[in-house]
Design a binder for this molecule. Structure first.
Ligand code: NBG
Length: 812
């Protein structure tokens, strides 16, 4: 029997007339308007609903098939998801693009006009959040029964604008006009406890008597697979006051603010995404967010488990919960609490279940990004969890002591509690202790984690440590973002099978010497630059797009631009290839050093623009508000990809992969995934420079003196002197000062190697055929960086879950 009828679903039409009919009926019945009076917003919401309905039907079949299989579920817990826009993706994934384009004209609107109303879902800061989105996309495309859990922030990552070159931040009220992609599910709301105290129950258990109860209300969005039936979901929690949080008595007495004060406090928990990915902000509220996410999600996971299962000991066989960085690591003590206090399991049994259920991905090596929380704060907010953490710590230290007898230093280093200068809980240690698997996100990063940051734990449990190199969704970042290139690739490879099997890109190698093909390749790059519209499409488009952070070294790029500026000024007739240097990215609002770099770049851009000698050859552009939508425009237009972090600081990078896949050549250090990109695309197609990790460590240890480099190198000195002399509008002295006095990330030490390497870039650019060949080879050889491969690696090493195939609607 047709599964649609079994599920009671009305089949959705696939002809243009049927699609148009559905569109009109959504317009009438959901928006309550007519073709004659529909606004662009009406049209957008109606189109989104009509597309969504196609996916919702697949979703219903997916849920039915997945629950019937009672599989091992993969749960991804993440405080951040940078999903980007949904409309075009969902049209592609439901194969409704052409139908939609035709139908929307019935509403007398242009499809692009309507698509522009789609709002970016910016519930993340940068790479970590976008990785989460790419992995969910890959899991759905590989038919893995998975759910992503997160927070439905009212305000996503701030909007960036520049006022006199200075970053200014505006709130991102992303859902103010309604979010057509979202299904609210108030039935599944959960209570979350905070504060209060613990007390014995009398039967040997512990009860937590909370001081505040907050309600978590879920909604979900659809995560469709491409080229398959599966539609998974991402479930996001929104904080609400409990019923008691509204005080009717106070309200009636006219004390309005007091009457809603508790509800407001509750709702603040999901109010805003913290716009900082490396340091703590808002402290207690952020900790509350973390616990809120974890508590709601685990209760939901248990609810789902209990729909089909009884025996707690099968919990780890049926669920794997991947912790995305330390933000959701409170899930470990929370699951212990739920199992021991609420479900009455013994400690040992609960610990065995907990450990086997969780896995942890670390995304950093920066010590300041490894979270720790003050013991008194946890004690006040989560009194029961602190007790549980202490117990876990005791067991851990006993195990360490029995393995490495008489090594008090090791015990102190490994403890979940840091004692000096103040007592804090080390979340990364808790994460390692409470999981079956720990992974870094690129080979170098995973090695450094095991050798340095988490070395003692790797000594104790060597088998726990894995590497899973990151990957990206080529569906979004090539197929959707670069449609022209995608068509060319499909025509060359005899079909679009590469989209779901990115290794097939290697077939392009056969065309590396086909000049006709290379010309088409280059013409598409040029057209993408025209589409971007930010500089001369015939100039070398040199792109650095990522968060602003000193370790990423936008300041190194900036020094190179000043050097080019000086070279042109000093010798206006010198042969130099026109270059457009594009920066984009946000700085954390409280990160003054990063904001100073932004300001200096904007000032530099203005100085160059106003200089008639330099302007024809060099242009700096800095479009504000870098986000996924802008990335999708910039990345396909890039010739050169700047990946110039100090070796050992960038865990992986994923922009580097997106750029290489779109045919940009990388200039980069031996850091993060750059190393693996270079290994694959070939050293001759990659511009390598700079210190490696060992050399950087040695230089630091030997008493690094940045001023020596400044004094020794004329071009470097000229660049820094120009900043200090006010050549760029009198801003940037603090940037120059930080470099000369301390230069945490060895920028000056790498300057000469970088500038010389940029000269090689320029020389290579002069031979356009050879450059285009390298560009093609970058794409051809980057198939490894597919998020599908990343997910397969997680499956093989850590998740060990089986796909569940969802039968198509017409299957008997
Ligand atoms: C970031 C790293 C990147 C990496 C992404 C995804 C954090 C804490 N880490 O190098 O800086 O590519 O995670 O793994 O945002």
């Amino acid at each position: 029997m047709d599964l649609r009828y079994k599920l009671g679903l009305r089949p959705l039409g696939v002809t243009p007339a049927e699609f148009e009919q559905d569109l009109l009926s959504n317009l009438y019945y959901r928006r309550g308007t007519t073709v004659e009076s529909a606004s662009p917003q009406d049209a957008y919401h109606t189109l989104a609903r009509t597309v969504r309905d196609r996916l919702a039907e697949r979703r219903a079949r997916t849920a039915a098939a997945q629950f019937a299989a009672n599989p091992r579920w993969v749960y991804y817990l993440s405080a951040e998801y940078l999903l980007g826009r949904q409309l075009e993706q969902n049209m592609l994934y439901s194969n409704t693009g052409d139908l939609a384009a035709a139908a929307i004209k019935t509403l007398r609107l242009q499809p692009e006009e309507v698509a522009a109303l789609d709002v970016e879902q910016g519930l993340g800061n940068g790479g970590l959040g976008r990785l989460a989105a790419c992995l969910l996309d890959a899991m759905a495309s590989l038919d893995i029964p998975a759910v992503g859990y997160g927070i439905r922030y009212d305000y996503g990552i701030f909007k960036q604008s520049f006022i006199d070159g200075v970053q200014s931040e505006q709130p991102d009220d992303w859902a103010v006009l309604g979010n057509p992609w979202e299904f609210r599910a108030p039935d599944d709301r959960q209570n979350v406890f905070f504060y209060g105290h613990t007390e014995p129950t009398g039967d040997g258990r512990t009860r937590w008597v909370p001081g505040e109860i907050v309600v978590g209300e879920p909604s979900h969005m659809l995560v469709p697979g491409y080229g398959t039936e599966t539609v998974n979901i991402i479930r996001l929690w929104r904080a609400r006051g409990s019923e008691e949080s509204f005080n009717l008595g106070l309200f009636s007495a006219g004390r309005y603010a007091e009457a809603v004060q508790d509800a407001v406090r509750a709702e603040n928990i999901s109010k805003v995404l913290y716009p900082d990915d490396s340091t703590e902000l808002g402290r207690e509220l952020r900790l509350k967010q973390q616990y809120f996410l974890v508590s709601c999600s685990l209760r939901d996971i248990i609810r789902r488990f209990q729909m089909r299962n009884r025996d707690w000991d099968t919990f780890p066989e049926k669920n794997v919960v991947q912790l995305n960085d330390t933000h959701p690591v409170l899930a470990i003590p929370e699951l212990m609490r739920l199992l021991v206090d609420e479900h009455g399991l013994g400690w040992g049994r609960a610990w065995s279940i907990t450990r086997r259920t969780f896995a942890y991905t670390c995304h950093t090596l920066l010590p300041e990004a490894l979270e720790t929380w003050p013991v008194p704060m946890i004690e006040r907010l989560l009194p029961r969890h602190l007790e549980i953490i202490y117990q876990i710590n005791q067991d851990l230290l006993i195990e360490v002591d029995s393995r490495f007898e008489g090594d008090p230093d090791r015990l102190r280093r490994m403890s979940l509690i840091q004692e000096e200068p103040e007592r804090r809980v080390r979340m990364a240690h808790l994460a390692v202790a409470g999981t079956t698997a720990v992974n870094g996100v690129a080979q170098l990063h995973s090695r450094l984690l095991a050798e340095t940051t988490l070395r003692d734990f790797a000594d104790l449990w060597p088998d726990k440590f894995h590497n899973v190199t990151n990957g990206v969704s080529a569906r979004r970042f090539v197929r959707l973002a670069n449609p022209e290139l995608s068509s060319l690739i499909s025509s060359a490879l005899g079909g679009d099978g590469w989209i779901n099997d990115l290794d097939r890109l290697i077939g392009l190698e056969a065309l590396a010497d086909d000049t006709g093909f290379l010309d088409r390749w280059r013409a598409i790059k040029r057209a993408n630059k025209v589409r971007l519209g930010l500089g001369d499409p015939d100039s070398l488009t040199d792109v650095m797009v990522k968060r602003f952070h000193e370790y990423k070294r936008q300041q190194l790029n900036l020094l190179h631009v000043i050097t080019l500026y000086h070279r042109i000024k000093n010798d206006p007739r010198r042969e130099s290839a026109p270059r457009t240097v594009l920066f984009a990215g946000k700085a954390a609002p409280a990160y003054h050093a990063a904001k100073a770099i932004i300001r200096l770049i904007n000032a530099l851009a203005a100085t160059i623009e106003a200089d008639p000698v330099v302007a024809p050859l060099l242009k700096v552009v800095f479009p504000p508000n870098y986000n996924v939508t802008l990335a999708e425009l910039i990345i396909p237009a890039a010739d050169l990809s700047e990946q110039i972090s100090l070796a050992g600081k960038e865990a992986s990078g994923t922009g580097n992969m997106k750029l290489a896949l779109n045919g940009a050549l990388t200039i980069g250090t031996l850091d993060g995934a750059n190393i693996e990109i270079r290994d694959r695309v070939g050293a001759e197609n990659f511009f390598l420079f700079g210190l490696d990790t060992a050399q950087a460590a040695e230089l630091r240890a030997g008493g690094y003196r940045p001023r020596d480099y400044y004094e020794r190198d004329d071009e470097l000195r000229a660049a820094i002197d120009a900043i200090n002399a006010g050549v760029f509008g009198g801003v940037g002295q603090e940037v120059a000062g930080a470099l000369l006095d301390w230069d945490e990330y060895l920028t000056l030490a790498d300057y000469r190697a970088y500038v010389d390497c940029q000269d090689q870039v320029e020389a290579a650019w002069r031979d356009q055929t050879s450059w285009t060949r390298k560009s093609l080879l970058n794409t051809a050889r980057s198939g490894f960086f597919s998020a599908d491969r990343t997910v397969r690696d997680y499956m093989a090493q850590i998740w060990r879950a089986d796909p569940v195939r969802v039968p198509p609607a017409c299957e008997q």
